[in-house]
Design a protein around this ligand. Structure first.
Ligand SMILES: NC(=O)C1=CN([C@@H]2O[C@H](COP(=O)(O)OP(=O)(O)OC[C@H]3O[C@@H](n4cnc5c(N)ncnc54)[C@H](OP(=O)(O)O)[C@@H]3O)[C@@H](O)[C@H]2O)C=CC1
Ligand SMILES: O=C(O)C(=O)[C@@H](O)[C@H](O)C(=O)CO
Length: 276
C-alpha cells in the first residue's frame, strides 16, 4: 500500500528509513536491522558521515540489495561541478556499493547560488552511472523551476521538512502536480511534543495504534513518503507497519489542522538558510 511513483516512473515505497546520527558499528547494526525488517528505502547524506555504516548495513542484511533504494545527498560546500562529481564518487566509494540509487542536492543554499551547477553535476553523475536517480531536498518552487528551466531535467524527489506541526500543504500540492515525490524529513518531529498531542493520541487510542503510527499513517494518506529514524528494531517495525494503516479523510484532516505558522523544528527556512 502507498507506493509513490514519480513522473519518470521511479517508484518509492510508502515508508523509508532515516539514518541521521546512526554512525559506526551501531549505525550499521541499525541499518541492517531496518533492511531485515523490510525497509526498502534508506536515507543518508555525505554530511551525516555514515555512508559507510549505511552501505555496510545494507550489504550485511539478508535481503536482495537490488530491491533497496540507498539515498545520499550532496553538501552545500560542494556545489561546484568538479567538487560535486568528486563528492558523488566518494559517496559511492564509502557505501561499498556499485552505485547510489538516489542522490539529492541536500540544500539549495540560494545565497551562494550554485545549485543549478550542482544539478548539472548530478545529471552528469547519472549519465556516468554513479547514481541511478536524482532529486533535491529543501527546494522551494522557485528553485525547482530554475533547475528544470536550465537543464530540462525535473527531479524525481524533493525531500522537505514535514510533520503535523508543519504540514506543507502548498509544497505537497505543487509537487503532486508535477509528479515530484515528496519525502518527509523529521516526519515524527524528532520524537518530541507531537507524539503527545491530544488529537494524535485520540486517533491512536481509537484505533489501537501508537501515536507515532498515527503520524506516519497520516503521511501515507497524503501521498508523502516519511523517513522515520529509529535505532531500535522494535520501533523500526512499529514504524514500518504504519504503512498498512489507512486513516479516514476526517482523521487525516484533523492531523493536518495541527499545522502552525511557526511549526518548523529549527530556524531552517530554505529561502535563506545555508548549509555547509
Ligand atoms: N534533508 C534534510 O535536510 C534532512 C533530512 N533528514 C532525514 O530524515 C530522517 C528522519 O528525521 P529525524 O530528524 O531523524 O527525525 P524523526 O522525526 O525521524 O524522529 C527520530 C526520533 O524519533 C524517535 N522515534 C522513532 N520512532 C519512534 C517510535 N515509534 N516511538 C517513539 N519514538 C520514536 C527516535 O528515537 P529512537 O532512535 O531511539 O527510536 C528519534 O529520537 C533523518 O534521520 C534523515 O535521514 C533529517 C533532517 C533534515
Ligand atoms: O540532518 C540533515 O539532513 C540536515 O540538513 C541538518 O541540518 C538537520 O536539519 C539538523 O538540524 C541537524 O541538527
Amino acid at each position: 500500500m502507498g507506493e509513490q511513483v514519480a513522473h519518470d516512473g521511479f517508484s518509492l515505497p510508502a515508508i523509508g528509513f532515516g539514518s541521521y546520527a546512526l554512525n559506526g558499528a551501531n549505525g550499521a547494526r541499525a541499518v541492517q536491522a531496518a533492511v531485515e525488517a523490510g525497509y526498502r528505502l534508506i536515507d543518508s547524506a555525505f554530511n551525516y558521515e555514515n555512508e559507510g555504516a549505511v552501505g555496510l548495513g545494507v550489504r550485511r542484511a539478508a535481503a536482495d540489495r537490488a530491491g533497496v533504494i540507498v539515498t545520499s545527498k550532496l553538501p552545500g560546500r560542494h556545489h561546484e561541478r568538479e567538487a560535486a562529481l568528486r563528492t558523488v564518487e566518494e559517496s559511492v566509494y564509502r557505501t561499498g556499493l556499485d552505485a547510489i540509487d538516489l542522490y539529492l542536492i541536500h540544500w539549495p543554499n540560494p545565497l551562494t547560488g550554485r545549485y543549478v551547477e550542482a544539478w548539472e553535476a548530478l545529471v552528469e553523475a547519472r549519465e556516468r552511472g554513479l547514481v541511478r536517480h536524482i532529486g533535491v531536498s529543501n527546494f522551494l518552487p522557485e528553485h525547482l523551476e530554475r533547475i528544470e528551466d536550465a537543464t530540462g531535467v525535473r527531479p524525481s524527489v524533493n525531500q522537505i521538512e514535514l510533520h503535523p506541526f508543519f504540514p506543507q500543504e502548498d509544497a505537497v500540492a505543487y509537487h503532486r502536480e508535477r509528479g515530484i515525490v515528496t519525502e518527509a524529513w523529521s516526519p515524527v518531529g524528532r520524537g518530541g511534543e507531537i507524539q503527545r498531542d491530544p488529537v494524535v493520541v485520540g486517533i491512536a487510542e481509537s484505533r489501537g495504534i501508537t501515536p507515532v503510527q498515527a503520524i506516519l499513517a497520516w503521511h501515507v494518506a497524503r501521498g508523502i513518503v516519511p523517513l522515520p529514524k529509529s535505532q531500535d528494531p522494535g520501533r523500526q517495525r512499529e514504524n514500518l507497519a504504519a504503512g498498512e494503516i489507512a486513516l479516514s479523510d476526517e482523521e487525516t484532516a484533523a492531523i493536518t489542522a495541527l499545522g502552525r505558522s511557526d511549526g518548523r523544528l529549527k530556524d531552517q527556512d530554505p529561502a535563506v538558510y545555508e548549509e555547509f
